[in-house]
Ligand binder design. Structure first.
Ligand code: TRP
Length: 358
């Protein structure tokens, strides 16, 4: 069986380091592993509109931002198809058919949807389109016969719901759709990178994100003002490492080479942590180390982005031809779906044959 990847992001802002460690780095690794027959990466503008219906300009503006972030992070348009969701209308049609296979109660139980409804104060008035986005996400995945979906941990309930839709569809209409699995990063620290203020989630409105395209000056400002252990007041005080965002970032980003290069007095990150726990290690020193690590990680990404920013026409063409290729793939699955559901009236003579008594 072919190994196919489908994944994507909502274009509601620039991508940040949470996206990078939660999923983007994994996608690049899978892309470069050569173990996949096909890689499809989608800018989910239609899904972004489900809770931004009144701000289409925001979604539109961020399509290029996300495309540039993908290319900067190392998504290679020679190996991966990058496309725009709404340019593949087949996805909408699939969503409409899948809606019949899912109950309202089931979507209400989806933990990610639940959390998002709360976050957006939608309790009293949930837009129908927003409510249905897990179903549209199943359409995105199945339209490419995706077997692997590299995503952040918050998306696991979506993949689970997709698998249920696949089962149900195949049970009702016959074996047609492919069941996907989620792919998470193996490093647990990468699953949930907190905001720079220590809040569980990075979000633009909280101003607690470090963006992939961050300038060195802003990166420095953000790292040096990061929240740490509030009880670690003096350098001599013992400090807490667990739940301390600076160390959580180091867990996600630090490699042994960085200790060797930037903190040669320590043998490992664990030794640094021990020193912090004992007391006698100041926050400024740890933050400076994190800054060096992030500069080393984000520098090449920023450089690639600057190079692509000078080639915007090429980026536009990557999206255009990617969307065209994506539509071809989705159309072929939609045709299988229509024939399984026996609604392909003009390519299948069964409709007329029944009446003609043949
Ligand atoms: N829900 C994802 C996000 O919020 C975007 C997305 C849409 C997606 N369709 C998908 C991810 C299909 C993986 C597979 O970023």
């Amino acid at each position: 069986m072919s190994r196919i990847i489908l994944t994507g992001d909502r274009p509601t802002g620039r991508l940040h380091v949470g996206h990078l460690v939660g999923s983007l780095r994994e996608r690049v690794r899978l892309q470069d592993s050569g173990e996949f027959d096909e890689i499809n990466i989608m800018i989910a503008d239609a899904q972004a509109l489900t809770d931004n219906a009144e701000h289409p300009e925001k979604v539109r503006r961020n399509i290029m931002e996300v495309a540039l972030d993908y290319l900067a992070a190392g998504i290679d348009p020679e190996k991966s198809t990058i496309f725009i969701q709404s340019m593949v209308p087949e996805l909408t049609e699939l969503t409409f058919y899948y809606m019949n296979l899912v109950t309202v109660a089931r979507v209400q139980r989806n933990p990610t949807v639940k959390a998002e409804i709360q976050m957006r104060n939608f309790e009293a008035s949930i837009p129908v389109g927003f409510f249905c986005y897990p179903i549209s996400q199943a359409a995105d995945i199945t339209a490419f016969r995706a077997t692997h979906v590299p995503v952040g941990e918050d998306q696991l309930p979506m993949i689970e719901q997709c698998r249920e839709i696949v089962h149900k569809f195949n049970a009702v209409y016959g074996e047609t759709l492919t069941e996907p699995v989620a792919v998470l990063p193996s490093n647990a620290a990468c699953l949930r990178l907190p905001g720079t203020d220590g809040k569980a989630k990075m979000s633009k409105s909280l101003g607690n994100c470090i963006y992939l395209s961050e300038s060195e000056a802003d990166l420095k400002k953000k790292v040096m003002s990061m929240y740490t252990d509030p009880n670690h007041l003096r350098v001599e005080d013992p400090g807490q490492v667990e739940g301390n965002p600076v160390f959580m970032y180091l867990d996600a980003f630090c490699r042994p080479e960085y200790i060797e290069e930037f903190l040669p007095d320590y043998a490992s990150l664990d030794e640094l942590k021990d020193h912090y726990r004992r007391g006698g290690l100041g926050d400024v020193k740890v933050k400076k180390f994190l800054l060096s690590v992030l500069k080393a990680e984000l520098g090449p990404i920023r450089e690639r982005r600057e190079a692509w920013e000078k080639r915007i026409d090429d980026v536009y063409e990557i999206l255009r031809s990617g969307s065209e290729a994506a539509e071809k793939k989705a159309a072929s699955v939609l045709s299988d779906v229509r024939s399984a559901m026996q609604i392909d009236y003009f390519t299948d003579r069964r409709l007329i044959d029944a009446y003609a008594g043949r």
